[in-house]
Design a protein around this ligand. Structure first.
Ligand code: 1CP
Length: 329
């Protein structure tokens, strides 16, 4: 590839009118259970933006629902869990995921690989801390009080919970790769709420288990979280090939926090895209410039595309990354 590759977290859905049209009479998790819809929604941003990778349209709670956990995605809110985890008996309900639990995922991956003409398809799963946070809090959270109380107060139950979530995640990622996904991203979005010590002790062993289980597939493994300035080195140690960086840490600084041999992904502030193009352009070029100090760079936003984003700005940004990364290489 002659230029810096670019795709956007949450590029599918949300900001696209063609996505909203498909979703008007369908619930989010119903859309995520239909192979034809998954295929179409995954392809929509690839057509619009000419990005260099597709991200599989699904959600981090899909494998949890597939093993029988009562969870829904409420519009404008996010995941809501019927019976949040409160006891060892609740944790014991988390059984491993089998490919037969999500036949629509394997089917959609297979059809997408056929449609993408060699363009990579990124499979994904939620990381163990982030999944635990929805299961224990019952939904979104600001301070993760219940999750961290369990982590600090009952380390044995926490270990059981994290082990089970790691197994589910491994199953979900392996079946996507088996069906043809060419890279995987582990979204442990909320780990930035932990100190480095707590992350190392209570989360990293399980992320490491996940990346190790994917090692022999040979596909590139990406790892992302928000507010992870202090954790970037440890996230690399967990075994990812590419460490995602949010917009708070400049990429040339992130290089010094991550062990050598890793590529970086990121990290334009998604809110910048609401500003006039004269503001967006130099900021994007600065990200490209700083990305050149890394051993490899995938251009992305520092977190997901916000729903208010004008799709034309993302198309223009993709074009800018492609043309300018060649010109100044
Ligand atoms: O491009 C894409 O949209 C790809 C599909 C995708 C991905 C990668 C969706 C669809 N969700 C995710 C991952 C995801 N889901 C993460 C990790 C990534 C990140 O940090 O952004 C997280 C934390 C979730 C949980 C979730 N699901 C939230 C966040 C709630 C919170 O606590 O802040 C929300 C709003 C959802 C619903 C959801 N998932 C995806 C879409 C398009 C939506 C919006 C729902 C809708 O359209 O009704």
């Amino acid at each position: 590839m002659p230029y810096t590759p670019v795709w956007y977290m949450r590029q599918a859905g949300r900001s696209l009118p063609e996505y909203r049209a498909l979703r008007t009479d369908r619930k989010m998790l119903d859309a995520c259970s239909n192979a034809d819809l998954i295929t179409e929604i995954t392809l929509q941003p690839v057509r619009r933006y000419d990005v260099d990778a597709a991200i599989f349209f699904s959600d981090i709670v899909v494998p949890l629902r597939a093993i029988g956990i009562g969870v829904d995605i409420k519009p404008g809110v996010g995941p809501v869990v019927d019976h949040p985890i409160r006891s060892a008996a609740d944790v014991a309900k988390l059984r491993p995921l089998e490919p037969d639990d999500v036949p629509f995922v394997s089917a959609a991956v297979t059809s997408l690989v056929g449609e993408l003409n060699g363009k990579p398809l990124i499979g994904f799963a939620g990381g163990p801390f982030t999944l635990a946070s929805y299961l224990v809090e019952g939904g979104s959270s600001k301070n993760f009080e219940l999750t961290k109380t369990l982590m600090y107060g009952d380390p044995a139950l926490w270990a059981d919970l994290m082990s089970r979530l790691a197994e589910i995640t491994i199953g979900f990622l392996q079946l996507q790769v088996a069906a043809g996904a060419s890279a995987i991203q582990l979204f442990d979005s909320w780990i930035g709420s932990l100190s480095l010590d707590d992350y190392r002790a209570s989360v990293l062993p399980y992320s490491r288990r996940i990346f190790a289980a994917l090692a022999d597939t040979g596909v590139p493994r990406l790892h992302f979280g928000v507010n992870t300035g202090e954790l970037l080195g440890a996230m690399g140690e967990a075994g990812a090939d590419v460490v995602g960086v949010d917009w708070r840490v400049p990429l040339d600084e992130a290089v010094s926090r991550v062990e050598p041999g890793k590529a970086l992904q990121g990290n334009l502030d998604p809110v910048i895209l609401m500003a006039p193009w004269e503001v967006v352009r130099p900021r994007a070029l600065q990200v490209l410039d700083r990305g050149r100090t890394a051993e490899g760079h995938i251009f992305n936003l520092g977190h997901g595309v916000l729903p208010e984003t004008d799709p034309d700005v993302l198309a223009r940004l993709t074009d800018l990354v492609h043309t300018e990364s060649v010109r100044s290489a």
